[in-house]
Design a protein. Structure first.
Ligand code: ZN
Length: 155
């Protein structure tokens, strides 16, 4: 079996817990939403789609920190209830194989490449982007809405 060259980095449990606390205390930019479709609400902590009826917190997350030309803050979901952080980090999450774009960044957080992937080949695109010496990490995003999904680093 081929060993993966990459490592999936889901949203940290610390960030997910902070979002849950902020939503519980009524912070205005943290909203509770109820999933109303099976593939519209990917939780960035467990990297699974929320099931219809499950509650999530919608909040802004700075995937690229402030102070850079490509600085970016955008909306993401986490389950409202504690969930298990995605653990099989050498495997691309099954729920995220469709509708994704993969962006490569250098160590200054500059975007240096991007490619839309189809369901059969996220691994090949990730490996190709990570082979570039200047790539520091790649980010997976929604191709339709642009939202940050997860980060991927070299093993
Ligand atoms: Zn979750």
């Amino acid at each position: 079996m081929k060993t993966s060259t990459f490592r999936i980095v889901p949203l940290s449990t610390e960030v997910a817990e902070a979002a849950r606390r902020a939503a519980a205390s009524g912070t205005l930019d943290h909203t509770v939403v109820v999933a109303d479709s099976p593939q519209g609400y990917p939780c960035r902590h467990c990297l699974r789609f929320a099931k219809p009826g499950e509650r999530l917190i919608l909040f802004p997350y700075a995937s690229i920190p402030a102070g850079h030309p490509y600085s970016e803050t955008g909306p993401i979901f986490v389950h409202e209830q504690p969930c298990e952080r995605y653990a099989t980090t050498d495997q691309f999450p099954l729920d995220l194989r469709r509708g994704r774009v993969i962006r490569a960044y250098n160590s200054n957080y500059d975007m240096i490449d991007a490619e839309v992937v189809n369901a059969s080949e996220p691994e090949a695109v990730i490996e190709k982007l990570l082979e570039k010496p200047e790539t520091a990490f790649v980010d997976v995003r929604s191709v339709t809405r642009g939202c940050y999904t997860c980060r991927i680093q070299r093993q």
